[in-house]
Design a protein around this ligand. Structure first.
Ligand code: ZN
Length: 133
């Protein structure tokens, strides 16, 4: 693993961005990765389809937590549509370490993205208007 990238992960793990919970969030979802024991919960405020604030809380390995820190930085201020189309390749690029040959680590890295997307899709489903059916 490249030392520079390693340092980014350690920094985000030690000093996570957007750590914590939101009071009465519009979206709150938690996912668990049984392969590694990682947990990530993501809370969001949504106003006019924009994610105006986002926080995460979790525990587990450095990659899972650093991933949540970087993902929440990236998603804050984006629209729900933009967040929906934010893909795993983009997240893996952000994290910056080659994980292609390590499926267990990929699960760790993608846990935050799964949490985000299940939360967003659940919210969209709950707010579907009759006209959108
Ligand atoms: Zn992990």
């Amino acid at each position: 693993m490249d030392d520079l990238y390693r340092e980014v992960i350690i920094e985000h793990h030690k000093y996570p961005h957007n750590a914590g919970v939101l009071e009465n969030p519009h979206i709150s979802h938690e996912e668990f990765n049984p392969l590694c024991g990682d947990r990530v919960r993501i809370d969001m405020y949504v106003e006019s389809d924009i994610i105006t604030d986002i926080r995460f809380q979790g525990r587990g390995c450095a990659i899972s937590q650093a991933s949540a820190s970087m993902l929440t930085d990236e998603i804050k201020g984006k629209s729900l549509d933009e967040a929906k189309t934010f893909g795993k390749d983009e997240l893996l690029d952000l994290i910056g370490i080659p994980l292609e040959h390590n499926p267990v680590r990929i699960k760790c890295a993608l846990l935050s993205l799964k949490t985000l997307k299940v939360g967003i899709y659940t919210y969209i489903g709950e707010h579907l208007d009759d006209e959108e059916l």
